[in-house]
Design a binder for this molecule. Structure first.
Ligand code: SF4
Length: 443
């Protein structure tokens, strides 16, 4: 009987996509998916360390899995992959006797070999070597989303923002050849995926190693030309690399969505300098003005940190006023937490009291919620184009999808509309999504 695997993913889209690749590798090695941990011969936890909370979650999940395995009388091989594996290495074995394999972010390709070796020799296996190779066997990715395909174009980051662990966990920046990316995009579209999301830590820093004339805007143009593609998104760009050419590409290429997730992190230029973000409040607001002027209707989202070392009341007020001035359609906001090895952890005291961080986060999130609700209310009565990307698990007549601006829209409809772009007239609005009805033109 074939051995069975289960992968649990923590963290971002990049990790979600890495899990798709590891699933493909395990299936190529003869494994089949398991429905539950108690049925799995190998359990992979693909981890995240961007926030302290995410890291805590992984260790508590390992504890739960151990209890479940003991209760079921099974002994799966347990592998920890991703950023926590890269950051903590063999320390994970000391913290959890239940873990058999530790595989770093650049060693994913060796997962099946490490699992087999752990099983065959009953010994722990670790590979956290910094492999430079960014190639991955084409076609191995096991895409679980029927509508969207994630395609990595850059691995790693060289920016070393003071709070960020990514350059330490994902390594230095490595660009994938354009030819590999285009082959993967073409394969995803040929298999029925309508939307492609290009991924990189600084996605708009892309420069094709196999085509010197092709930067990120050039890549968008090439992907836009793929027959059958409906939508293109990308995450995450850095404000300082948003060129005029990129703004024009977003505005002019028909399949590129009119949405940009543009992490700002703080509204205070003083604090942005301490964070080593290499952009100012003024640069950011000017960039937003350019985007709005040249891409009518574009929607913006962002990432914010509150309580970064040294953040004063007036820095925080500037964060609130920047959010107000931009009018973000959505925001991921977090309390600062020290991450190992980072410049902030080494040099800056974590001096904003925890209850003050909590207060600031609540104020920021409350205002964002009000702003989102107001922006969404303004859409009532309009008709928007929605790419249907899921069917509700609770009610199979409720569909869900996104507008080009990345707003979630729910509406009644048949499952056969999955993957289609349909017009929906908005009738109701909440802080996180819209509800509507298919316009009369769709039967
Ligand atoms: S640019 Fe992004 S990924 Fe790179 S160090 Fe800064 S926050 Fe981290």
């Amino acid at each position: 009987m074939a051995k069975r695997y289960l992968i649990e993913t923590f963290g971002c889209q990049m990790n979600f996509h890495d899990s798709e690749r590891m699933a493909g590798l395990l299936e190529a090695a003869g494994y089949e998916p398991a429905a539950a941990p108690a049925e799995a011969d190998v359990i992979v936890l693909n981890t995240c360390t961007v926030r302290e909370k995410a890291e805590d979650k992984v260790f508590s999940r390992i504890g739960e899995l151990r209890q479940e395995a003991e209760a079921a009388g099974v002994q799966p091989v347990v592998a920890v992959a991703g950023c926590l594996a890269q950051q903590e290495g063999a320390t994970i074995f000391r913290r959890s006797p239940f873990v058999d394999v530790v595989v770093g972010t650049q060693a994913e390709k060796h997962l099946p070999k490490l699992v087999d070796r752990a099983r065959a020799t009953s010994s722990r296996q670790i590979d956290i070597n910094p492999y430079d190779d960014v190639s991955f066997p084409l076609g191995v990715t096991l895409r679980t989303d029927p509508v969207k395909a994630y395609v990595t174009i850059i691995e790693g980051c060289n920016d070393f923002c003071a709070f960020c662990v990514v350059p330490y966990t994902r390594g230095h920046e490595r660009m994938r050849p354009k030819a590999d990316i285009m082959a993967e995009v073409a394969g995803a579209v040929a298999s029925g995926r309508r939307e492609v999301q290009l991924l990189g830590q600084i996605v708009n820093h892309y420069q094709a190693p196999d085509d010197r004339a092709c930067d990120f805007s050039g890549l968008l143009e090439a992907v836009n030309g793929v027959e059958g593609i409906a939508r293109i998104r990308f995450a995450s760009p850095h404000p300082r690399h948003v060129s005029d050419r990129l703004i024009d590409a977003i505005g002019n290429l028909p399949h590129v969505c009119k949405h940009i997730h543009l992490p700002v992190q703080s509204g205070s230029t003083r604090l942005l300098q301490v964070m080593r973000r290499r952009h100012t409040r003024e640069d950011y607001l000017e960039l937003v003005a350019q985007l709005r002027a040249r891409v009518p209707g574009i929607q913006l989202s962002t990432d914010m940190i509150v309580g970064f070392p040294g953040e004063t009341d007036s820095d925080f007020e500037e964060t609130l006023s920047l959010a107000e001035a931009v009018g973000f359609h959505s925001m991921f906001s977090f309390k600062y937490s020290e991450r190992p090895n980072t410049l902030a952890a080494r040099r800056l005291p974590d001096d904003v009291p925890e209850d003050e961080k909590t207060r600031r986060l609540a104020v920021l999130q409350d205002r964002q919620k009000e702003r989102q609700a107001a922006l969404h209310r303004a859409a009532i009565g309009t008709t928007v184009e929605v790419l249907v990307d899921s069917v509700s698990r609770r009610r199979d007549t409720e569909l869900s999808g996104r507008t080009t601006g990345n707003t979630v829209v729910n509406f009644p409809g048949a499952e056969r509309l999955l993957g289609m772009i349909v017009p929906v007239t908005i009738e109701r609005a909440g802080a996180h999504s819209l509800w509507g009805r298919l316009s009369a033109s769709v039967s």
